[in-house]
Design a protein around this ligand. Structure first.
Ligand code: ZN
Ligand code: ZN
Length: 642
C-alpha cells in the first residue's frame, strides 16, 4: 500500500455519489489491499449506507469482508438497514454484534430502536428498551427521543409520554418528538398542550403543528397557527398548501399558493405538487395551465414528481392531449406513477384500447406495473366494455407479476361483468371471491342490477348491503330506482318511507366551473346567490331553444342516476345544468366549457349537454364521479355508456 494510492482513494471517496463510482472505488481498494484499512472500510460502509442511494445491499457485502468490525461499523450498518425497506434486517446485525461480544453503545440503541419504530414492532421495542436500561443508556437524550418515537409508531401514547417525562433535560428535538407522537396517535389535544408547555420552539416545532392539524383535518387550527408564527419558511407554506389540497379545500390551496408567490417565497417541489393536486381535484384547467407556464420558466420541468403531478392534473382536467405531451416529454424519466396516471387518464375517457396499448408499452419498457396500475387498466376495460381484456389482465396480475388482487381489483372485475350485462357471472364471481366482499363490491353489483333492470338479484344484493352498511343513501336510491323502472310503485314508496323514517340523508349534488380564475359551485335547489340567478336565467333561455329543436325532458328516466338530486321539476335545475348555463353566459364564445361534478351525470343532463354541443356548437367536458364526458357535435365520448 502506498501513500499515493491512499490519497487517491480518500479523494475519490469524498466525491463519490453514485453506486457505480462506489463500486469502482471498492474495486480499487481491493486491488491495492486498502480494503483492510479500517478507516477506508468504515468510509466505504458509511458511503453505501448514508450517501449513495439504494446501496444498502452493497453495504452488507462490504461489511461481510471487514475483519472484526468495531461498534462504529456495526452502528453504521444498523442505521443504514433501519432506514431501508426492510428495517427488520438490522435486528440480525444487532444480534450478530452482541454474539461477537462487541458492546453496543448509546448510538447502537438509538439506531436499533429506530428500526423497531420503522418496523412497528412493539415486542422488539420493549425488549430493546429493557436492554438499554441494563446498559444504562436509557437516560441518554437521543435514546430517550427514539424511545418516544418508537412507542408512538407502535401506537402506545402512554408509554411514549412516560419515556418523555423520564427525559432529564429534553431539548427541542425531544419536544418535537413527543408532539409528533401525539399527532401520530391522533391525540390533538395532547399535542396542543405539550406545544404550549414547550420552553422554546424552533421553526420545525411550528411546522409540525401545522402538519399535525392538517393530518387531523383541523384546517382552521392550522390556519390560526400559521398566522401566529413568528416567521415562516417554504416548508410552512407547502404544509398548508398540501394540507388544504388533501382535505379537499382547493380554493384555500390556491389562495395560499398565490399569497406565497406574492410575498416572494419561491415555491418548492412540495408546494407545487400540492397546488397541482388541488387543480386536479377541482378540474381547474386554466390555473393548471398558468402553473405549467411557471414550472417551465422556473426550471422545475426536470423534477419527476412535479412532471407527474402536472400530467395527472391535465388528465383529470379533461385535456388528455396535454397530458400525453407532458408524458412524452418525460422520456426515460417516466416512473411507474407517470405510466399509471396516463393509463388512468385514458381510462377516464373510455379510451380502453389505447390504455391497453400503453400498458403493453410499459411492460416492454421494463417498468413493472404495481397494484394501482392494474386498478387503472381494469378500470379502462370496464369503461370501454372490454370484458375479455379485463379478465386477461386480472389473471396476469397474479400469474405474471405475483400481485395478490385486493378488494379494489375484485370490485373492478364485478364492474366489468356487471356493466356488460353478465350479471350471473358477476354474482358468481362475488360468491367465489377468496376475500370477504365488502359493501363497495355489493354496491357495484347493485349498480349493475340497476343498469340492466334485474329486480330479483337487486333485492338479494340489497339485503347483503343492509347488514354491511345500513344507512347508505345511494343504495336506497338505487333500489327505489330499480323498482321505479320495473313499475313497482308500492316498493318504491316503501323504500322512500324507510329513508324518511331512518332519516337517511342523500349526498347533495354539486357542480363546479372555473370562470376568470374564480370557482363557482352550484348546488341544486340553491336559488339564493347571484351566480345561480344568472345561471337560471340563461338556462331557461337555452332549454327553450332546445325544445324548439325537439328536446323532450327525460324526467322519468333515472336509470343512471346513482344519487339523484331531485326528481320532477328539479331535474331541470340540476347543478350541472346550472354550471353549463353559467359557462355559456360568462365564457367567451368558442372556449370549452369544463365542469366537475361530485355525483354521476343523469340521463336528462347528459341529453341536454349533447344537444347544447350540437345546437350551440359548443364543446363541453364534464368530469363526473367516475369518468369524463366530452360532448361535441351532438354526441358524447362515452357513447352513452357510463
Ligand atoms: Zn341531472
Ligand atoms: Zn357521456
Amino acid at each position: 500500500m502506498s501513500s499515493s494510492s491512499l490519497q487517491l482513494c480518500l479523494s475519490s471517496l469524498k466525491a463519490c455519489k453514485t453506486i457505480s463510482s462506489l463500486k469502482q472505488i471498492h474495486a480499487y481498494a481491493l486491488k491495492t489491499s486498502l480494503d483492510s484499512d479500517p478507516f477506508i472500510a468504515g468510509q466505504l460502509l458509511l458511503l453505501s449506507t448514508a450517501t449513495v442511494a439504494d446501496a444498502i445491499d452493497y453495504a452488507r457485502r462490504i461489511f461481510v469482508h471487514i475483519p472484526g468490525p468495531d461498534a462504529f461499523m456495526y452502528n453504521t450498518l444498523i442505521r443504514g438497514l433501519s432506514d431501508s425497506e426492510s428495517p427488520q434486517q438490522s435486528f440480525l446485525t444487532y444480534t450478530q454484534m452482541r454474539r461477537c461480544s462487541v458492546t453496543p453503545d448509546s448510538f447502537s440503541f438509538a439506531f436499533i430502536l429506530k428500526a423497531a419504530a420503522n418496523f412497528k414492532s412493539l415486542n422488539t421495542g420493549i425488549q430493546l428498551h429493557c436492554q438499554a436500561i441494563n446498559h444504562g443508556f436509557n437516560t441518554h437524550l437521543f435514546v430517550q427521543t427514539t424511545l418516544v418515537s418508537m412507542y408512538a409508531e407502535c401506537r402506545q401514547i402512554d408509554s411514549a409520554q412516560k419515556a418523555f417525562e423520564e427525559t432529564p433535560q429534553p431539548n427541542v428535538v425531544a419536544w418535537n418528538a413527543i408532539v409528533t407522537a401525539c399527532f401520530r396517535c391522533d391525540d390533538v389535544m395532547c399535542a396542543e398542550s405539550l406545544f404550549n408547555r414547550m420552553p422554546w420552539r424552533n421553526l420545525t416545532s411550528w411546522n409540525l403543528m401545522l402538519a399535525g392539524y392538517m393530518k387531523a383535518g383541523e384546517m382552521e387550527s392550522a390556519r390560526r397557527t400559521f398566522c401566529e408564527m413568528p416567521q415562516t419558511d417554504p416548508v410552512s407554506w407547502s404544509t398548508m398548501i398540501v394540507g388544504f389540497a388533501h382535505n379537499g379545500c382547493f380554493d384555500d390551496a390556491f389562495g395560499f399558493f398565490r399569497e406565497m408567490q406574492r410575498l416572494g417565497t419561491r415555491p418548492n417541489e412540495v408546494s407545487l405538487t400540492g397546488v397541482l393536486s388541488a387543480c386536479a381535484q377541482a378540474g381547474a384547467f386554466d390555473f393548471g395551465k398558468i402553473l405549467h407556464g411557471y414550472i417551465e420558466k422556473a426550471g422545475f420541468c426536470g423534477i419527476v414528481s412535479v412532471s407527474n403531478a402536472l400530467l395527472d392534473t391535465y388528465a383529470k382536467c379533461g385535456n388528455i392531449g396535454m397530458a400525453r405531451l407532458v408524458f412524452n416529454w418525460m422520456m426515460e424519466k417516466k416512473t411507474i406513477v407517470s405510466w399509471t396516471s396516463m393509463i388512468a387518464g385514458l381510462a377516464m375517457y373510455g379510451h380502453g384500447e389505447e390504455a391497453i396499448d400503453l400498458f403493453q408499452k410499459m411492460e416492454e419498457s421494463g417498468t413493472r406495473p404495481d397494484g394501482v396500475t392494474f386498478i387503472s387498466i381494469l378500470y379502462a376495460c370496464s369503461h370501454a366494455g372490454l370484458v375479455e381484456q379485463g379478465s386477461l389482465h386480472f389473471h396476469k396480475m397474479e400469474e405474471i407479476y405475483g400481485i395478490k388482487p385486493s378488494v379494489e381489483h375484485y370490485g373492478c372485475m364485478v364492474d366489468i361483468y356487471g356493466r356488460a350485462g353478465l350479471l350471473d357471472k358477476a354474482y358468481e364471481f362475488v360468491k367465489r371471491m377468496p376475500i370477504e366482499p365488502n359493501a363497495v363490491i355489493w354496491r357495484t353489483l347493485l349498480g349493475a342490477c340497476s343498469i340492466h333492470g334485474n329486480v330479483r338479484l337487486a333485492e338479494h344484493v340489497k339485503k347483503k348491503l343492509s347488514s354491511l352498511d345500513p344507512d347508505n343513501s345511494g343504495d336506497h336510491v338505487l333500489l327505489s330506482n330499480i323498482y321505479a323502472v320495473a313499475g313497482k310503485w308500492k316498493d318504491v314508496a316503501s323504500v322512500r318511507r324507510l329513508m324518511t323514517d331512518r332519516k337517511i340523508k342523500k349526498t347533495p349534488g354539486w357542480s363546479m366551473i372555473e370562470v376568470d380564475k374564480e370557482f363557482y359551485r352550484f348546488v341544486v335547489g340553491d336559488g339564493g346567490n347571484s351566480a345561480t340567478k344568472e345561471a337560471l336565467e340563461k338556462l331557461g333561455e337555452i332549454i327553450l331553444r332546445l325544445k324548439v329543436e325537439g328536446y323532450i325532458p327525460e324526467i322519468g328516466s333515472v336509470l343512471h342516476d346513482i344519487e339523484e338530486e331531485e326528481k320532477g321539476d328539479a331535474v331541470s335545475r340540476h347543478s350541472e345544468k346550472l354550471a353549463v348555463a353559467f359557462g355559456m353566459a360568462r365564457l367567451c364564445e368558442g372556449s370549452v366549457i369544463r365542469i366537475v361534478k361530485n355525483l354521476r351525470v343523469c340521463v336528462d343532463c347528459h341529453l341536454v349537454m349533447k344537444l347544447i354541443s350540437k345546437v350551440y356548437r359548443r364543446e363541453i367536458v364534464v368530469r363526473d364521479r367516475s369518468r369524463f364526458h366530452s360532448f361535441k357535435d351532438g354526441s358524447c365520448s362515452c357513447q352513452d355508456y357510463w
